[in-house]
Design a protein around this ligand. Structure first.
Ligand code: SAM
Length: 250
């Protein structure tokens, strides 16, 4: 990809972001052979990274900061990470003792998953947890918990967004839990024209309306201020952490 570097914030480059990601991931005990960074930089300078922001956050899992996380860890049954990206959050669940055999990580594209394998060097150990498909491959009521992190805000298309929420609902058993996070704005704050960043930034009320409109009960939504990587263009952004229960049917 010709402009692989240009898609990063002006003061950052892909090679520097890769190095920073490797430094973060080393703290989880991952080691790299000599020359690994150079080879990886060569690979990704050529092919680019689909979501450059992901490279700046890989190795900083967020699931464990979610207000529902300690409860999620004690849940029984299967958990789906819906729009798993690099798989950072799945690895955190495993580190924290969630039963590996109960975890499925799904995404509509493979690039970020492969970036995760390249950086964590664990393809052989956990590739079996990941499912990639252009269409949602799971049947009704297969999961007890669905996790959705930073997916809603990347879905521009209204129909795709409705399908995403409907799939999350359908895949859950009645009473199952959907929790996760998405970028939001404060009530009444319009997104400034020309703001860089993801296409779907919702208010708390809009998010609540979309979830209840799909078949979820009244969600608990918590605002987290200060979104690293999205300043200064968009200082009115926040992260909306949500948790909601599937009603009897959707
Ligand atoms: C910004 S990344 C977040 C990845 C990961 N959840 C995380 O927290 O790091 C958004 C991910 O959502 C995936 N995605 C977008 N639309 C999707 C859809 N309709 N169904 C499943 N995954 C989707 C993208 O492929 C991408 O990997």
């Amino acid at each position: 990809m010709k402009n692989a570097e240009a898609r990063f914030l002006p003061e950052k480059s892909l090679t520097e972001e890769l190095m920073a990601a490797m430094r973060r991931i080393k703290t989880f005990g991952i080691t790299y052979p000599r020359g690994y960074h150079r080879n990886l930089a060569g690979k990704y300078l050529k092919k680019g990274v689909r979501y450059p922001h992901i490279l700046t956050i890989i190795g900083k899992p967020r699931i464990n900061h979610h207000f529902f996380y300690s409860s999620a860890l004690t849940r029984t049954g299967r958990l789906l990470d819906y729009g798993c990206g690099t798989g950072d959050n799945v690895r955190q669940l495993i580190r924290d003792g969630f039963p590996r055999e109960q975890i499925t990580a799904f995404d509509i594209n493979r690039e970020s998953i492969d970036l995760g394998f390249d950086l964590y060097r664990d393809r052989e150990e956990i590739a079996d947890l990941f499912v990639v498909s252009g269409t949602f491959p799971f049947g009704p009521e297969e999961f007890d918990t669905v996790y959705s992190a930073s997916v809603i805000h990347v879905i521009a298309d209204e129909k795709e967004f409705r399908n995403y929420c409907a799939n999350a609902c359908s895949a859950l058993r009645p009473g199952g839990i959907l929790f996760g996070s998405t970028l939001g704005i404060h009530e009444g704050a319009a997104r400034p024209p020309g703001t860089r960043g993801p296409p779907r930034i919702m208010t708390k009320e809009q998010l609540a309306g979309s979830l209840t409109g799909t078949g979820f009960s009244s969600p608990e939504i918590v605002r987290r201020e200060g979104v690293p990587g999205y300043v200064p263009e968009s200082e009115n952004l926040c992260v909306l952490e949500f948790c909601t229960k599937k009603q009897a049917s959707c």
